[in-house]
Write a protein that binds this ligand. Structure first.
Ligand SMILES: *Cc1c(COP(=O)(O)O)cnc(C)c1O
Length: 478
């Protein structure tokens, strides 16, 4: 009975939100679906050890047992009963975050797998699975079956660039470019909002970081970039050999002037790496229009792919430098390694990460066209959120992104001061309402990401925050 009411609540009936206040009862069917999936995998396992000629009696028996178990589980799903499965295997807990909760974790929103990606994951999870049909010249991006070669062409076109490679994360894209362009002591232009992985890529190459400070609104402007370049030239005696700018930074989700940066890059003749970790795969990105020499994206952050995955796309004139092929030779054997690319260490994403990326790609191409709707929903949530007295948005307004940094020092943190759970009261209240992804214990400055949520979910999310505020006597605007 209770189950049904909560279900109704989750369907967006605001008036019933109070029902879940004292703890959400998790739908048992979620766990049962996993159980059914695992049972099917056990049946699949039988075939993986059977002789090609067919199953023997004991194997047939195991298939029968599997079917019976499956039927029991299906019954439990129908009747919504049974025990909850807790572990995948010893000590590895079942992960049901995306099924049981509305997840507003800043880094997880754009990397959730699509249904097709989850299917690909099941089918291509084996180690070197993409190598089944690897023929001469033996390179990942040349494989035709599955159509990895075509995927590479489509990726480059999708980003408005000439050549693309898949890489294990945006960071590996930075690394490939930095290691190709930066020598010991060379200045590299980053910003006061740059991601740490950019710093580490520079550190590895022996370069030195020169930052551009964001302005008083936490925006990196073209003027500031130009000024800083001139200052570096004066002080270091040479211009930066590379500049990296995050289109939207990870701290505020603010938009920085990448078009202006593209112009400056051309003017000062500095190679420009566009960091699209928070854009490629969720909004349209046209590298050439921006004036970028390199575009880097993150598969697991914004392209609905498994980790580690990402993309590095370059303009024609950089292909030979960044994707240079091996020249090395064994001194005793004289062995050489053909067209393997040095920065890629030959091949990169050799299984599940790549196939999830490929399976999600058609959906990703479509979803970037709906970025406006995502931004609209982000602003709609913020509007509700700001009805709570004391809540502040630290990111630029109106929002141009779904990632937002807020300050609740004057609202939720006031409650935390006297609550027995301290700062954990907020995450705990959110959990009770089926919301997760807010940094545990945070009540001052924290971030969330509404990417991928439906109108209904955004509505629910807003009411949940209002509801918590009211419960603790925080004033809420009508
Ligand atoms: C997340 C993030 C990265 C790192 O991406 P990976 O794909 O995990 O390497 C780099 N830059 C920015 C701005 C990010 O937000």
């Amino acid at each position: 009975m209770i189950d049904k009411k909560i279900f109704k609540c989750l369907r967006g009936d605001e008036s019933e939100i109070a029902l879940v206040q004292e703890g959400l009862k998790i739908d048992i069917r979620i766990s049962k679906i996993y159980e059914a999936l695992f049972t099917l995998e056990e049946m699949r396992e039988v075939f993986r050890h059977a002789l090609p000629a067919g199953l023997d009696d004991s194997e047939e028996e195991r298939i029968d047992e599997g079917l019976k178990r499956l039927e029991r589980i299906l019954d439990e799903i129908r009747q919504q009963k049974g025990n909850r499965l807790r572990y995948v295997s010893d000590k590895i807990e079942l992960r049901t975050r995306e099924e049981e909760f509305i997840n507003i974790d800043p880094i997880q929103a754009g990397g959730r797998l699509t249904l097709d990606a989850r299917k690909a994951l099941i089918a291509y999870g084996d180690g070197y699975s993409v190598c089944d049909n690897c023929l001469k010249p033996f390179r990942l991006d040349k494989i035709k079956k599955p159509p990895i070669d075509r995927f590479h062409d489509e990726l480059a076109a999708f980003l408005g660039m000439d050549e693309a490679r898949v890489v294990p994360g945006a960071r590996r894209g930075f690394q490939a470019v930095v290691s190709s362009l930066v020598e010991r002591g060379d200045p590299v232009l980053l910003t006061s909002l740059s991601h740490y992985t950019e710093f580490l890529a520079v550190e590895e190459s022996g370069g030195v970081v020169r930052e551009v400070m964001a302005d008083e609104n936490n925006i990196i402007t073209a003027d500031r970039i130009a000024e800083r370049i001139e200052e570096i030239e004066r002080k270091d005696g040479k211009k930066p050999v590379l500049m990296i700018l995050d289109h939207f930074d990870y701290q505020f989700g603010n938009e920085h002037d990448v078009y202006g940066a593209g112009r400056i890059a051309k003017e000062y003749d500095i190679p420009f790496l566009y960091n699209g970790a928070y854009t490629v795969g969720i909004m349209p990105v046209d590298g050439k229009k921006i004036g970028a020499d390199f575009v880097v994206g993150s598969g697991h952050k914004s392209m609905a792919s498994s980790a580690p995955s990402g993309v590095l796309a370059v303009r024609e004139e950089w292909v030979d430098k960044i994707f240079r092929t091996t020249d090395i030779r064994g001194d005793l054997t004289g062995r050489k390694f053909g067209v393997k690319e040095v920065e890629m260490l030959g091949c990169t994403l050799m299984g599940a990460p790549l196939l999830t990326m490929m399976a999600s790609f058609p959906h990703v191409k479509e979803r970037v066209k709906r970025w406006d709707e995502e931004v609209r929903r982000s602003n709609r949530f913020i509007e509700t959120f700001l009805k709570i007295k004391g809540n502040r948005v630290l990111s630029e307004m109106p929002r141009k992104h779904t990632l937002t940094r807020v300050d609740t020092s004057a609202s939720f943190d006031e409650v935390a001061k006297t609550h027995k759970k301290r700062g954990y009261f907020l995450t705990s209240e959110l959990k009770k309402r089926g919301i997760t992804g807010v940094f545990e214990g945070a009540t001052r400055e924290w971030k969330f990401n509404t990417y991928g949520l439906t109108d209904r979910e955004v509505e629910y999310l807003g009411s949940a925050f209002i509801d918590i505020a009211k419960k603790y006597g925080i004033e809420v605007e009508a």
